[in-house]
Design a protein around this ligand. Structure first.
Ligand code: PAF
Length: 273
């Protein structure tokens, strides 16, 4: 496995490679969820590039940038064992200068749900993803469905900027008790870990209701909020796959999303119906 930190060196290395390239951008602290993205990329491409970069522009002031989990050596081993060909490990100065052009998240979709409480977060995400995609020029790039809003906005950017990359959405991986895997789960104490299960349970409740043909969104949200009590819920939302609110579940075209705080940790989860 080649480890490269300089963007221009990586571009130069990939320039003459006549192979399909699968790219998995990450912020490190790799877990099974990331591994499933890497495995899919490995299966579908001749060359696999993973990036590890804790992107400062997607953290708001007062958020967990400084304490965001960093596990560089363990991450390198995971990538090596997973058959990654190139690990891109840039420093902040390799990615950002002083006076920067940036991508602005769309006014509506970028500022609802997570974007409403984390104002500017998605502009930071889109800016770094644009930079990373331009550096790697992959055939396919892999993102988890757990970050559904991020995935939707990246898909939108790629379409609206006429970029030549296929965005591949990968299913959420869960712990055996249902908790969605996330790098932030390590912040949870054992009591909070139990409380956090209310998030996946609320989605299971919604799934059960839909199976009983209860498609009314306000009823589903009400029941979910009951399951989530007493967590501090940022939102429970039901949208279609274009991220527009709906009043009744449309099968094969709906996403139910939750964000709740457990202690100081914001946790996201969703199901795609
Ligand atoms: O999902 C993440 O880990 C990050 O938001 C991403 C896409 C790597 C951009 O920093």
């Amino acid at each position: 496995m080649k480890i490269i930190s300089n963007p221009l060196e990586l571009k130069e290395y990939l320039k003459d490679i006549d192979k399909s390239v699968g790219f998995v951008p990450t912020m490190g602290a790799l877990h099974e969820g990331h591994l499933s993205l890497i495995k899919k990329a490995r299966k579908e491409n001749e060359l696999v590039v993973v990036s590890i970069f804790v992107n400062p522009t997607q953290f708001l002031k007062g958020e967990d940038l400084d304490k965001y989990p960093r596990k560089d050596e363990a991450d390198k081993k995971i990538c090596l064992l997973a058959g990654v060909d190139v690990l891109f490990f840039p420093h902040k100065k390799d990615i950002y200068g002083d006076d920067e052009a940036k991508i602005e998240a769309p006014n509506v979709r970028g500022y609802v749900l997570e974007g409403a409480t984390r104002v500017g977060h998605f502009s930071g995400v889109l800016t770094v993803v644009m930079k990373l995609l331009n550096i790697v020029s992959p055939t396919r790039a892999y993102f988890g469905k757990k970050d559904a809003q991020q995935l939707n906005l990246i898909g939108l950017m790629v379409k609206q900027f006429f970029m030549s990359v296929e965005i591949v959405a990968v299913d959420t991986l869960r712990e055996s008790d249902g908790l969605a895997m996330s790098s932030r789960n390590i912040y949870l104490s054992s009591e909070q870990r139990v409380e956090a299960l209310k998030i996946s349970l609320s989605l299971q409740k919604a799934f059960g209701m839909v199976n009983q043909n209860i498609l009314d969104v306000s009823k589903i949200k009400e029941q979910m909020r009951t399951v989530l009590e007493p967590l501090e819920v940022s939102y429970v939302e039901v949208l279609n796959r274009d991220f527009a609110p709906i009043e009744s579940i449309e099968l094969k075209n709906s996403i139910i999303l939750v964000e709740a705080k457990v202690g100081d940790t914001r946790l996201l989860d969703n199901i795609w119906l």
